[in-house]
Ligand binder design. Sequence first.
Ligand SMILES: NC(=O)c1ccc[n+]([C@@H]2O[C@H](COP(=O)([O-])OP(=O)(O)OC[C@H]3O[C@@H](n4cnc5c(N)ncnc54)[C@H](OP(=O)(O)O)[C@@H]3O)[C@@H](O)[C@H]2O)c1
Length: 214
Amino acid sequence: MKVLVIGAHGKVGRKITDKLNKHNHQVVAMVRDESQKAAMQKLGATPVLADLEGDISHAFKDKLDAVIFTAGSGGNTGKDKTITVDLQGARKSIDEAVKHKVPRYIMISALGANNADEMPDDMRHYFVAKSEADQYLVQSELDYTILRPGRLTDEGGTGSVNAAESLEDYEDRTISRDDVATAAVLMLDRSNTHKKVVELLNGKTPVKDALAAI
Ligand SMILES: NC(=O)c1ccc[n+]([C@@H]2O[C@H](COP(=O)([O-])OP(=O)(O)OC[C@H]3O[C@@H](n4cnc5c(N)ncnc54)[C@H](OP(=O)(O)O)[C@@H]3O)[C@@H](O)[C@H]2O)c1
């Protein structure tokens, strides 16, 4: 598949880009700074320069089979950036995917996005933005999967997870970025995950089996 990764230079994005390349997918890696291009080429991807706060249409000029959105404004910027990047940027990419008839779209959302009201005051805007972006995707005609990981860690991946449309009983609220990337890549051609939310945490089931059981 030819896959556009939005947020390819991020911590999860770099892992997704690397794993896509190793699974023989062609990667168009969207980055927002010229200096990030070389790292993408090193991972076997073709970089494209675009900023979610501006025009991104040129990133869709090749015929794409899928988009993976893993961008985010991060914790060091203000609430305004959460709106312009996490919400409006995500919506913009969904509009472009629809316009360019990209059949598959995977959104890296966040566990708790469906319960934004219950989140602590200082984080609520983030979960609201994630939730609204997810809802916009649900209303699109795309074959989406909304991947909602718990708190991300930089620990090595185990290749095993706890995944379900709605996770109920769990103690560990974390998941390694590496396992999130593995799930996002393996999910691409899993039609049983189309038009579904997949919540993801550390667990004991091999990612492939966990996704097959969704
Ligand atoms: N942290 C958590 O515990 C947690 C939990 C659940 C879900 N998530 C979500 O998981 C996703 C990946 O997280 P991560 O740790 O990989 O984040 P990250 O390392 O901060 O990566 C985010 C990427 O988005 C890019 N970006 C930011 N603003 C942009 C813009 N205007 N245009 C284009 N790209 C832009 C950043 O570009 P630069 O490299 O240029 O900065 C960066 O490459 C995010 O959507 C995050 O919200 C996080």
